[in-house]
Design a protein. Structure first.
Length: 443
């Protein structure tokens, strides 16, 4: 028996680090606090044993398989791991028959289907009757949008939970656990630089499996210190990953320094510098949607009406990044950054809003002039609401000399267009409007 246990222990140690450290319960599970934090919906369903069929949608290495296994253990259900890559309808029916037999004696079966998006419609349909009558609780995992990859009939019977890539701090927690745990390298007394741990966490891009595999490779290939213990430096990590440390921390100062550099390079009409800073962020694992949101803001703050195509382009880039993700969206962002760099620049809209906001905060009690108030009731009409209002479409030039600002702010100018790009046309148009109004007020 002792010999069997020894062989079993040695066999476990031959497993990849990520497998050896797979969490066994919710308290060991790291990440997905929006679903598994105290009082959150999925945690409550698990703790109250009220789970139904569900689909976990998220990127690789975030715990989809592990979470399904924990659910099965916590709810005392039989756990069947089913691969969409190696199984067909024949295998599905065989598993369903076993699940039916188990149900007949009061046992539940949780069927975990990894990469459920790889099943064709006929294969997915084979699950339907068993899900409907409760023979199985289906938990599917997919990296693809289930709205497009799972047929509607099956999807309607499943609750979709979106899992996110792990935060840097979550990854570091897992790495430190691997270094101290007996299932990991706890007996090896590994000496590792904090910067090396940080780099592993950053380049893993939210993927726990990738992070643990990188750590395992680094430790197994590390030099030994004077005490004979593995010693891992940031240079070792760079060597095994073929990546240089990009000195970029998604949660630290570098993030804001580099996004500032990107913003200011575009403002300075320098597409080469802008694309460089963009690549620094993306190659270090920054969320492309964070960058895309900043480009949408830039298009109005720094380009504005000088190029009225800028905002629609930036908004389209955001939607494209959201739909296809990395690495495919890197060129989309590069195209947008180059366009915004070369576009004529105007901050007139930004300045207009900032100046108006100062007045709005300073003069918060300024009343709306009576003539531009609505008058939905007879009382309001009697009080003078709407009296003297001039409907522009009733006039030949579609203009009136009516004032729309509060009395104390009369003749205040916020928007002062530049002569850049399209805005030169708006500048000329505004000048005509102001001249017309000035002339008609004298009459």
């Amino acid at each position: 028996m002792e010999q069997m246990n020894l062989f079993q222990h040695e066999a476990e140690l031959l497993q990849p680090l990520a497998s050896r450290l797979r969490p066994r319960d919710l308290d060991e599970f790291v990440g997905q606090k929006h679903l598994l934090g105290e009082g959150k919906v999925l945690r409550r369903l698990i703790e109250e044993d009220k789970i139904g069929s569900m689909i976990f949608w998220g990127p690789p290495g975030v715990g989809k398989t592990t979470l399904a296994s924990i659910i099965a253990k916590r709810t005392k259900s039989k756990f069947v791991d089913f691969s969409a890559v190696t199984s067909g309808i024949k295998e599905i029916k065989a598993v369903m028959e076993l699940a039916e037999q188990a149900r007949a004696v009061g046992a539940r079966t949780i069927l975990f289907v990894d990469e459920i998006h790889r099943f064709n419609k006929a294969q997915q349909d084979a699950f339907l009757p068993y899900v409907e009558k409760g023979s199985i609780i289906l938990i599917g995992a997919t990296t693809e949008n289930p709205s497009f990859e799972v047929n509607a009939a099956l999807l309607s019977r499943c609750k979709v939970f979106v899992l996110h890539g792990l935060e840097k701090e979550d990854i570091i927690t897992l790495l430190r656990r691997a270094l101290s745990s007996a299932e990991g390298f706890g007996n090896d007394h590994v000496e590792i630089d904090d910067n090396a741990l940080s780099m592993i966490a950053v380049i893993s891009n939210g993927d726990a499996r990738k992070a643990l595999s990188t750590l395992e490779m680094a430790v197994l290939n590390a030099k030994q210190n004077e005490d004979g213990h593995p010693q891992v430096s940031i240079e070792d990590v760079e060597e095994i990953t073929s990546k240089k440390s990009l000195l970029y921390d998604k949660g630290g100062d570098q993030k804001y320094d580099i996004i500032s550099a990107l913003h200011k390079s575009m403002r300075n009409s320098d597409p080469d510098a802008a694309v460089y800073w963009l690549s620094r962020m993306l190659e270090a694992g920054e969320d492309p949607l964070y960058i895309a949101r900043r480009l949408v803001r830039f298009s109005s703050e720094d380009v504005g009406l000088a190029d009225t195509h800028a905002l629609p382009l930036a908004t389209s880039a955001f939607e494209a990044c959201k739909n296809i993700g990395m690495p495919e969206c890197n060129v989309i962002l590069a195209e947008t950054v180059i366009y915004l760099s070369l576009a004529p620049k105007s901050n007139a809209a930004y300045v207009a809003y900032e100046e108006a906001a100062k007045d709005a905060n300073k003069d918060i009690a300024e009343p709306v002039p009576l003539h531009i108030r609505n008058a939905p009731t007879s009382l309001m009409k009697d009080l003078g609401y709407g009296e003297g209002y001039q409907y522009a479409h009733d006039f030949k030039d579609k203009l009136t000399a009516m004032d729309c600002l509060p009395e104390n702010l009369k003749d205040r100018r916020y928007y002062r267009p530049t002569q850049e790009g399209f805005e030169s046309k708006y500048s000329a148009r505004l000048a005509q409007i102001l001249e017309w109004k000035a002339a008609h007020r004298k009459k």
